[in-house]
Design a protein around this ligand. Structure first.
Ligand code: KMH
Ligand code: ZN
Length: 272
């Protein structure tokens, strides 16, 4: 089986230090968390950034400073800024990190409820605008899928020429408003994409490790980290993103799945 690409979503836009004191806000904290994940075996950092007080931001300068600092600490890691940002941000705000021409960026493939009164809005025209921007900047999109219709949207926009091969999906299961984190639903999603596409699996909250394990068995890749889950196990907060990556690496070893280096991840994902 292909080597395992581990993505660490170290920060997110929603989780707070009140929930887990290790959630990073400052540049130093973001670098600390990226480093811990990288040294544990992550080859991709899915990156959101915050103001020092924790407010989520898509500010270009803040991304620039964080990316530079992460690259100094983890020279070969793949950095994948979010273009999802936080619920309620404008498209222009969300697109700012693409100006830095990162290797990859997230491309959210549809609108969904996002818990409580929140709606994460990604209209068809928004997705096309974001895809066009990434094409222009030479950025590989990771196709974020929160529900099955988003796979169909991505495939339709691929057919129309907006999204280029090789396709790489991230199946996010367990958001309040998205597809449930069940084996049946993951098998359904994985069976709905072309056989030459790659995919990563993100299980939300308590589903993080079980969904990741299932993906490893199925031949998919995995994402872990504070953005999606704050606990190492029931009732025990993770001290770092690295601890979550270490747990995945132990399971991968038990399953006989080798871990991809960033260079190997570039090859698997078709990054130049
Ligand atoms: N924070 C969520 C509203 C992405 O990074 O592209 C959106 C999100 C997805 O996290
Ligand atoms: Zn994100």
């Amino acid at each position: 089986m292909e080597k395992l690409v581990i993505t660490a979503a170290i920060c997110g836009a929603e989780v707070t230090k009140e929930q887990n004191p290790s959630v990073p806000y400052t540049v130093e904290e973001i670098v600390r968390e990226a480093k811990s994940a990288y040294h544990a075996g992550a080859s991709i950092i899915h990156l959101h950034v915050r103001e020092d007080d924790g407010t989520p931001t898509q500010d270009k300068e803040r991304f620039e400073v964080c990316i530079k600092a992460i690259k100094e600490a983890c020279p070969d890691v793949i950095i994948q800024p979010s273009t999802g940002g936080a619920v309620g941000m404008s498209n222009e705000e969300r697109l700012q990190p693409t100006l830095l021409k990162p290797e990859m960026a997230s491309l959210d493939c549809g609108t969904c409820n996002f818990g409580g009164d929140d709606i994460f809005v990604n209209t068809e025209n928004t997705i096309i605008e974001f895809a066009n921007t990434m094409n222009k900047m030479g950025i590989k999109p990771e196709l974020e899928v929160f529900d099955k219709g988003m796979v169909d949207m991505a495939l339709r926009l691929h057919k129309k020429g907006y999204i280029k091969v090789p396709l790489h999906f991230n199946f996010v299961l367990g958001v309040n408003g998205g597809i449930a984190a069940t084996p049946r639903d993951l098998v359904f999603l994985a069976g709905s994409i072309p056989t030459d596409a790659t995919y990563t699996v993100t299980g939300i909250g308590r589903h993080q490790i079980s969904m990741a394990t299932l993906s490893m068995v199925m031949g998919g890749h995995v994402r872990v980290g504070f953005e999606d889950n704050l606990y190492l196990k029931k009732g025990v907060l993770a001290k770092s993103n690295g601890e979550l990556v270490e747990k995945i690496v132990r399971i991968a070893e038990a399953l006989g799945r080798e871990i991809a280096t960033p260079e190997e991840a570039r090859c698997i994902l078709g990054l130049s």
